[in-house]
Design a protein around this ligand. Structure first.
Ligand code: XIL
Length: 339
């Protein structure tokens, strides 16, 4: 690491040790939720991971542990053993928990995709899944991503018809999932979560129309913007416009999976640009009344999906480095919360 950045990271660590307010303390003052995705392996095995998580965040989300393939190894078998580790940790440390995700085109178990099920059977399996999972986590989960990434990337931005759910049930699988979730637990906040629909454009128009339709039926309460974006990205007028039109539908908003991937190699300049991105994104959320939360997809560069996903081309996307030292992005988030 560049010497001056190493020194500033070190000063931040010292400041944290000297009792300077953490992200969660600062966020609480703003009545805002700042959080991160959590992987169960390090949660169980690494003290520094646990310490950072409970010190810095007032909301968390499982990176993979609540997805269908893990929770439902067979049609008649649910396995909550991994998921419960996070639910227990969150409750013990007064950290809110988001559920992610009930229905997605990925993480479909093989028994399901290969099962040659009819539409009615698939709907029944979806209903069983949503009902059992929501009841299991009743009172423990603050909001659920009921459906994740249902809209195609390309024109005409229709509901995906190439996934198990779309192929077997049809485009109404999205609405059905929300109906089942609402019936299973009328008290939790139901989100539609999507990527690449943060600003204005064809895909975000499609999200808007979907959410409007669901909202008219009182089936949705929130919209998640994933925000897996490159270092240097910043929200602008188009994002404000999109947030405002969604807000007018009466839904709350959250950035649910933020990370700013740095094209390798990482340099001090890129770390500074990343800090600016984190600062401006958090400031943007704080300036928009509909935004209730910002979560990053992981929190330490030691455990991030970015290097694997980008085949090593990108990395260092998060706020703490691989040694759990705060990066310039951390100070930038604190600064945004101070304003
Ligand atoms: C990713 C996880 O980070 C990986 O560990 C896993 O192999 C695949 O899924 N959008 C989402 C998340 O909604 O669930 C994805 O998480 C990242 C993209």
């Amino acid at each position: 690491m560049h010497r001056c950045l190493a020194v500033s990271a070190c000063l931040l660590t010292v400041a944290a040790a000297a009792g300077e307010a953490s992200l969660r303390e600062m966020a609480a003052k703003r009545k805002f939720l700042v959080g991160a995705a959590v992987a169960i392996g390090p949660l169980v095995n690494e003290t520094e991971y646990q310490d950072t998580l409970k010190r810095e965040f007032n909301i968390c989300v499982p990176e993979n542990a609540f997805k269908m393939a893990g929770l439902r190894p067979a049609r008649d078998k649910f396995d909550f053993s991994q998921a419960d580790k996070l639910a227990e940790f969150a409750a013990a440390n007064n950290i809110k928990l988001r559920g992610h995700t009930l229905v997605w085109h990925q993480s479909v178990p093989k028994w399901l995709s290969d099962g040659k099920f009819s539409r009615d059977e698939a709907l029944q399996i979806m209903k069983e899944h949503i009902t059992t999972v929501l009841q299991h986590f009743k009172g423990k989960v603050y909001a659920w991503d009921v459906v994740n990434e249902a809209i195609h990337d390309k024109k005409p931005y229709a509901i995906r018809d190439d996934s198990f759910w779309g192929k077997t049930i049809g485009a109404d699988y999205v609405e059905k999932a929300f109906e089942f979730a609402r019936a299973a637990d009328p008290n939790i906040i139901l989100y539609y979560n999507e990527y690449g629909a943060e600003g204005m454009g064809g895909k975000s128009d499609a999200v808007y129309e979907l959410v409007k339709k669901l909202r008219e039926k009182k089936l949705v309460d929130g919209v998640g913007w994933q925000c897996h974006v490159p270092c240097g990205w910043k929200p602008g007028d188009a994002h404000a416009q999109n947030a405002e039109r969604l807000g007018k539908l009466g839904v709350e908003l959250a950035i649910t999976e933020l990370d700013f991937a740095i094209k390798q190699p990482t340099t001090p300049e890129k770390l500074q640009a990343q800090a600016d991105s984190y600062r401006d994104t958090l400031k943007f959320c704080l300036s928009q009344p509909a935004f209730k939360a910002l979560l990053t997809w992981g929190f330490t560069d030691k455990h991030s999906w970015i290097p694997g996903f980008s085949k090593g081309k990108n990395g260092d996307a998060l706020v703490f480095d691989a040694q759990y030292k705060p990066k310039p992005a951390y100070g930038a988030m604190i600064e945004a919360l101070k304003q």
